[in-house]
Design a protein around this ligand. Structure first.
Ligand code: NAD
Length: 423
């Protein structure tokens, strides 16, 4: 397969394909469908020449990959990161397909990215890069075709520039082309915190299932961006003791629990957010954080953080995967052998795409819901997906990850079978 499509070959893509192969084998998936579902349906590579503030021109590489659209328009975030590449974007697009199917959302999977360190760009440079990227991927996207959203390194302002660029080309406002937008242009209440809220919803269900008490539960969160910060805040609001959080420099640790609201205030006040500068706990490395003795560990940064090297030292009771692909295949087996309850990424972090779906529905209807309505519907959908997955895992004696993957893949396979092969 890698000979077929060598451009995609990178560790994250290999991980996504290895997970798919395992699931496909267990479910005895049709051989022809396997070949198709391992590879993206469409991949677009774009070059983005951008005028920098000093007058020079830099060229950046951008990508948009649609993994599968059998069940509906494609959906998936846009990542700005210096290591973005086609294989990583293709892996993330594949996970989006299974994630949407698992939550029973009427979407296929996609992902996009630009190979850039956004913190090195001025606001003007970032806007020009974003608008050029949106213009270059214009043929692929649209509210009925492919709807991007924020991911690592992107935010609501970037979604607003993309929505505006798309709308300028169309000649009228098209709010439904992006989700994760600001409220003033059709964004949804509750979208920003949605992924974190979903992580907490499924963690609480897992704790109930395992008979773990809330008031003695401790939490460590790797990554303090959109997913990590909201997860830490909502875990604390739910009554858990958040002992450690981290960003790319390292982490803060306080055995008695970090004061998350105060930490968020200090972190955001700083123009160059740095956890270390908040001085609110002992300084630890990201590796130390992952190995803390805690009830719940939430990796909420990048992929391949828990590997065969550190997995033997991971000491949590529940691993709730806020990030996409944080656990390698070998590590997964080690965690299973240790009896750690893993809530896999395509389930644990699906709150983001669930509320993105709500945003898209609200934009189509031009009718907006209350925050309570959004939180309640998110809770209903994600906890139902959790229990379906748990029941399936129990009845087939498989892991939560395999149960989630098989459920997602099976829905996509059924859509392909009933639609047939064109031409
Ligand atoms: P973000 O850019 O807002 O935050 C990323 C965080 O990770 C930052 O705090 C950064 O400092 C930290 N980080 C970066 N490199 C690190 C490293 N090597 N070690 C430790 N920390 C590091 O991104 P985000 O939107 O919070 O996304 C985080 C993860 O969650 C990604 O895997 C993303 O694909 C996934 N995810 C995001 C959403 C969403 O709605 N934003 C939805 C589903 C899944």
């Amino acid at each position: 397969m890698t000979e077929l499509f060598a451009e995609l070959d990178n560790p994250t893509f290999r991980l996504a394909v290895a997970q798919f192969d395992q699931a496909a084998e267990i479910m005895n998936l049709d051989r022809n469908l396997r070949q198709r579902l391992k590879l993206p349906q469409r991949s677009l590579i774009v070059t983005l020449p951008i005028r920098m503030d000093d007058g020079s021109i830099n060229v950046f590489m951008g990508y948009r990959v649609q993994h599968d659209s059998a069940r509906g328009p494609c959906k998936g975030g846009i990542r700005y990161h210096p290591e973005v590449n086609l294989g990583e974007v293709a892996a993330l697009a594949m996970w989006m397909t299974w994630k949407c199917a698992l939550a029973e959302l009427p979407y296929g999977g996609a992902k996009g990215g630009v190979r850039v360190n956004p913190s090195r760009l001025s606001s003007g440079e970032l806007e020009r890069l974003t608008r050029r990227y949106a213009a270059e991927i214009f043929p692929l996207i649209g509210p009925d075709k492919d709807i991007p959203a924020p991911d690592v390194g992107t935010n609501a302002q970037i979604m607003a520039w993309m929505m505006d660029t798309y709308s300028q080309q169309m000649g009228y406002a098209v709010p439904g082309v992006m989700t994760g937008k600001p409220r003033s242009i059709g964004g949804s209440l509750g979208r920003e915190e949605a992924t974190g809220r979903g992580v907490v919803d499924v963690t609480l269900e897992a704790m109930r299932h395992l008979g773990l008490a809330l008031d003695t539960a401790t939490v460590a969160v790797q990554g303090f961006g959109n997913v990590g910060a909201h997860t830490a805040r909502i875990m604390r609001e739910a009554g858990m003791r958040v002992m450690a959080v981290s960003d790319k420099e390292g982490g803060l640790y306080n055995e008695r629990g970090l004061d998350i609201p105060e930490l968020l205030r200090r972190y955001r006040l700083d123009g160059h957010p740095s956890l270390r500068d908040t001085k609110m706990g002992d300084w630890i490395t990201n590796q130390e954080l992952l190995e803390l003795n805690c009830t719940v560990l939430v990796p909420a940064a990048l992929s391949e953080q828990i590997t065969k090297r550190n997995a033997p030292r991971v000491r949590c009771r529940i691993l709730a995967e806020g990030a996409n692909g944080p656990t390698t295949l070998e590590a997964d087996q080690i965690l299973t052998d240790k009896g750690i309850f893993v809530i896999p990424d395509i389930l644990a972090n699906s709150g983001g795409v669930i509320v993105s779906y709500f945003e898209w529905v609200q934009d189509a209807q031009r009718f907006f819901w209350t925050e309570k309505n959004i939180q309640d519907r998110l809770h209903d959908i994600i906890t139902a997906a959790f229990h379906r997955t748990l029941e399936f895992a129990k009845s087939t004696k498989t892991t939560m990850r395999m149960a989630a993957l098989i459920s997602g893949i099976d829905r996509v396979a059924k859509a392909h079978q009933v639609r047939g092969l064109y031409p």
